[in-house]
Ligand binder design. Sequence first.
Ligand code: MV4
Length: 507
Amino acid sequence: MIRKILIANRGEIAVRVIRTCREMGIESTAVFSEADRTALHVQFADEAFCIGDAPSSDSYLRVDRIIETAKKAGADAVHPGYGFLSENGEFADRCAEAGITFIGPSGEAMRTMGSKTAARKTMREAGVPVVPGTEEGIDSDEEALGAAESIGYPVLVKAAMGGGGKGMRVVESQDDLAGALRTARSEAQSAFGDATVYLEKYLVEPRHVEFQVLADQHGHAVHLGERECSIQRRHQKLIEESPSCILDDALRNAMGEAAVRAAEAVRYTNAGTVEFIVDQDRQFYFLEMNTRLQVEHPVTELRTGQDLVRRQIEIAAGMPLPFRQEDVRLLGAALECRISAEDPNAQFMPSVGVVTRLSEPGGPGVRLDSGFCAGYEVPIYYDPMIAKLIVWAEKREEAIARMKRALGEYDIGGIKTTIPFHLRALSDPRFISGDYSTAFVETMGPDEDAGADERHIAAAFAAIMKHREARRAMPAGVGGDGSDGPPGSGESPWKLTGRREAMRRGR
Ligand code: MV4
């Protein structure tokens, strides 16, 4: 039995986990840094403890303080969320040693999947297709040249302990191989503390399709369909959707079965995600397995009706999965837009500050997983993602229209957000047709409407000044031609600016 859960995370995912705890009658304990004293997750939890200073290395990454807090609070389980300690095998082991249930897979499964070369070996043995490449790390330039020759250029140098795209180098010809190996090694050493690199065939403009899996402690594993995550920038996903436009039932079943085999091969338990890349010939290859709940999990929740956090808690408590693969129904279309405090018209620079105004979307088929409220000051210390907007509809086209409608309702004042980017992406013919790859964002071109907010304010200000001048020049009582403006000016400047605002919102 799990009676109380400490959530070792912050922001929207901490709020998300607390919501399910409440529905299950489980008490929730939040932890927070000095920068998060007034954060929403602290207000949402039944109780909250400060665990240190603002930098995450002094707070959300402090294994000792989190376990000590869990003991002090009498929590019998820890939910790690995503990021921070969620894929740290040592943290999972330390929780187990302290008699606290870690809501996630075993430390061992996390470590196997944490090493790309170990994961590829395990997958190959389990019959899961992997990208052609070397079995082990590369020790010398000669070895690399020989391997690259048999794989065929272009090849990709990857860090064995990497992930999420860090420490990767594309090599077009043998002349560039030695140099790429050297820089990739030194990058890998400083980023992961391990210089091991290996080679893979480089697939051009692939699509990124991942499968959600659930596995209990009784040997039952199922998949809950896919999420297409190709709309990303520098390995940060921006939009995720399900179903993927490139899958048909046959490919979905083949990939789903491969995902389940991948989970079974490491005796995986809990919720996990198996990432594949799909090439232009619709061949799929295992890329990596994320041994945590993912940011985009609500896309799957809306299509399956499942609460993945509830399933995680039940699995951690030793309960069997309450359904089988043939019971899983994938319904309609779901779409997620990540809302980040970043300026999409300034290379997605973080935009920190106080949220001065907030009006949130709602209505049919709309879900908002948010980590902030009006008056909140976005801290500089953490990931800039502050909320996720997720929609469901029967058809993809309706889901896109619904998302645009919801984005139009979403009004966040005081900071820049990725909302204008999303409105533009959802109107892009390539997105609408579903014919896009991981190269989508970099080939999008500049925002013609950039700076519209500032121009809107300037136009409104000019209209006020013009109106005042005209009034001053008029005899008292004149100006009644039905408009707010001076007589004969035609339409009200307010009507005009209002219409411009509506256009900006994509209506
Ligand atoms: C690749 C690839 C092409 N060929 N591997 C990027 C993140 C990391 N998980 C693996 N990644 C890639 N691996 C081979 N052999 C292209 C990418 C890639 C990518 C993958 C998924 C989502 C977005 C991406 C963007 C650029 C490159």
